[in-house]
Write a new protein. Structure first.
Length: 154
């Protein structure tokens, strides 16, 4: 069989010649319009909205996926409704995690510090396998809003 025939067969098998749009598997490289360029090997932030709509959360665990019974860290930031980072004092931000199915949380409390436009939290430790939820709270006056993300740890 000719090489061009094999290319056509491979093309059809992968759906590349079908004319249908396919979703990218990996993140596209940042464009010149990007306000926050990331290295090509860095994972995309996980996202969640606050329960009251007052902020959006972007969070990157390291390493990812989160390991069982090993320290890990997080970088996160809070964004307004236009996608711009909020300049929020750390004293108004709290991060915690727990296992809702077991009724307990982590054994250690992470330290939060600001750098490079992100809030860094470490160390964190998920000491049991199962469903964990990470909570980020923002308090303004007497109102606290929460954004949360769930992780299955094996």
């Amino acid at each position: 069989m000719k090489a061009s025939t094999w290319i056509w067969i491979l093309c059809l098998a992968l759906g590349a010649c079908s004319g249908e749009e396919t979703q990218p598997v990996a993140a596209d490289p940042p464009t010149s319009e990007s306000t926050d360029p990331k290295p090509a090997d860095e994972p995309l932030p996980l996202k969640a909205d606050a329960n009251g709509g007052g902020f959006h959360l972007e969070l990157i665990p390291s390493p990812h996926p989160i390991p069982l019974n090993l320290d890990f860290s997080l970088r996160f930031r809070l964004l307004d409704n236009e996608g711009q980072p909020l300049a929020e004092p750390l004293k108004h931000i709290a991060l915690d995690a727990d296992m809702p199915e077991h009724g307990h949380g982590m054994k250690i409390a992470p330290v939060l510090e600001e750098k490079d436009g992100w809030i860094h939290a470490s160390p964190l430790l998920f000491h049991m396998p199962g469903l964990w939820e990470i909570y980020v709270d923002r308090t303004q006056g007497h109102v606290t809003e929460r954004a949360q993300l769930s992780f299955k740890v094996y």
